[in-house]
Structure formats: C-alpha cells, structure tokens
Design a protein around this ligand. Structure first.
Ligand SMILES: [Fe+2]
Ligand SMILES: [Fe+2]
Length: 300
C-alpha cells in the first residue's frame, strides 16, 4: 500500500499527501515578520484566497470536495470510536516513523522527500533554534498520525485543514462551497455558530474533523507537556490558528496555548529543503530523545 492515491482510486485523489501541504503553504506564505503570524492574514484579501482556490490543482480541489462532504458529525464520532480506544497495534515511536515511511510517494520521486525526512527536517530546525527537547520531539512526531493511511483510511480522513463539526462552518475555511454536499449543512441546529457546543467550552470539548492531528495527540498525550499536546492536536486547525475563527469556543488555556501552536506552525510549513537528512546519523539522538519521554511501545 502506498500513501499515494492511484489515479483510479476516487477516494484518494492526491498524488501524495504533500500536495495538500504544498497547497496550504501557498495559501499561508511565510510573513516577512515571523512574529506577525498571529491569528490573521493581514496581507490576503478574500479575493486573493479565491484565486488560490481557482488555481489549485484539480487533485487538490477533489480532495477538499471529498473532505468537506464526508466529514460529518456522525463520521467524526464513528472514527473516534474506532481509533481512540488505541487498539490497532503497539509500536515504538521510531518504529512508527519507519512504518509511516513505507508509504511511498510515486508522483514526483525526484523532488519530494519521504515522510521521515519531513519529520526530521522539522525537528532539526527546531533543535537548531535552541528550543527545549520536548519541542524537538513534538516536531519529530507531529505527522505520525498519518499512519491512518496505512490502516486503510482515505486521504480526506487523514490530512486537510481541520474544522469543528456540529456547528456552522466558517467561510474562512478553504473551498467553503463544498460544504453544500455535507448532510450536516441541511440541519438547522448544526448550522448555528455554537451548534452542539457551549460558548467558551474549550477546544478540548469541540469535535474537529477527523485526521492525523487528533490521532497522534491521543496516542502520545500522557507523555508530553501541554504545549506539545496543543502543537500536535491543532497543527492543521488553520481556521483557528491562522484565520482567528472559532473563538466562541476557546477558553483561557486555548488562548494561552495559541502562541505555541503558531510557533510550531512556522517549522511545519516553512522548513522544507530538498536536502535529505542523514537518517542513520540522527537516529541515536532521536532514540535517546524518544526514550526520555516515551515507553518502549505505545498503543496506536
Ligand atoms: Fe500534519
Ligand atoms: Fe507536517
């Protein structure tokens, strides 16, 4: 099985998962002032965003169409029941990284790096900038939830900008028109700003569209500081951390942690080089780091 959707597989339109990452990076270009990430996109007009959407590859558009149609409240509850009992298998963290790396990108083998390379580039940049060890570790593990692909989940249930289900969709979410095909859109009580939630209930009580963020958060949360938990759980929640939406649900802790989510997002989006990292040379450092925080095996 590969991470890539075969052209004949209508559930997996992306040539590889990086196509989604590349689209997000284009939508959120690195600001000149890195401190200016917080909550908004001052330089981007609504029209410019629509231009990005118009220019997006057809595979990316199809991916978002499936994502927005399929991520219903019921679907999210069902996937949480299926996966959050963590009864798929037991794996160590490095083992999971190697397992994820068995997903082969066959769309553009000359330029795209492996999943392991993205993780190591992200974590090495964090390490080079002198951040704490838990932050480096968060960088290394942040996308391990993509093993959901290897458990048979379609791309639209693994990656994509996440958003709350069970309440109105923000029009800052990319391709909002695709929500018209989501059955929840027809339910009046699911389309109010609060929906099934209470004001200020905290993001912990809000169900986000299902994907790799929520999964890796649950696998690892008992072993990491709260800042790292937020980085893992919300790194794809662009409508909140880059668009400033959904603040009707946040509590004091969420607002305090937003800065860490944004600090992490810089490394996730903007550290891409085409130099593959020296995996064998880096492995001893990461094995030590993993052993400092995690038991030998985790439940997935
Ligand atoms: Fe990710
Ligand atoms: Fe990532």
């Amino acid at each position: 099985m590969t991470i890539s959707g075969k052209p004949s597989d209508p559930q997996n339109p992306l040539g590889d998962l990086e196509e989604w990452d590349d689209f997000v990076k284009e939508r959120y270009p690195e600001p000149a002032d890195k401190q200016a990430l917080v909550g908004t996109n001052p330089e981007k007009t609504e029209e410019q965003f629509r231009d990005y959407e118009a220019e997006a590859r057809s595979s990316v558009r199809e991916f978002y169409r499936l994502n927005h149609r399929g991520q219903t409240l019921d679907f999210v509850r069902q996937k949480r029941d299926e996966y959050l009992s963590l009864s798929q298998r037991e794996m160590g963290v490095w083992e999971a990284a190697e397992f994820l790396n068995t997903l082969v990108d066959d769309s553009d083998p000359d330029t795209d790096l492996s999943q392991l390379a993205h993780l190591l580039q992200t974590s090495e940049q964090i390490r080079n900038d002198g951040h704490p060890r838990w932050f480096v570790l968060a960088g290394f593990i942040h996308d391990l939830g993509k093993v959901l692909c290897l458990f048979g989940e379609p791309q639209w249930a693994v990656v994509g900008d996440t958003f709350p289900v069970g309440c109105a969709y923000s029009d800052k979410i990319v391709f909002p028109e695709y929500f018209d095909a989501n059955p929840d859109k027809q339910s009046a009580e699911l389309q109010t700003p609060l929906g099934i939630y209470e004001e200020g209930c905290g993001l912990d009580n809000v169900l986000l569209s299902w994907g790799h963020d929520e999964y890796i958060y649950h696998v690892t949360k008992n072993h990491l500081p709260v800042e790292a938990q937020y980085m893992l759980r919300y790194h794809s929640f662009y409508p909140w951390h880059r668009e400033g939406e959904y603040n009707q649900f946040t509590n004091a802790q969420d607002r305090e942690m937003l800065k860490w989510v944004l600090e992490f997002n810089r490394y996730d989006l903007y550290t891409k080089s085409h130099e593959p990292p020296d995996v064998a040379g880096l492995k001893p450092y990461y094995e030590d780091l993993i052993a400092e925080y995690f038991p030998a095996k985790l439940c997935w």
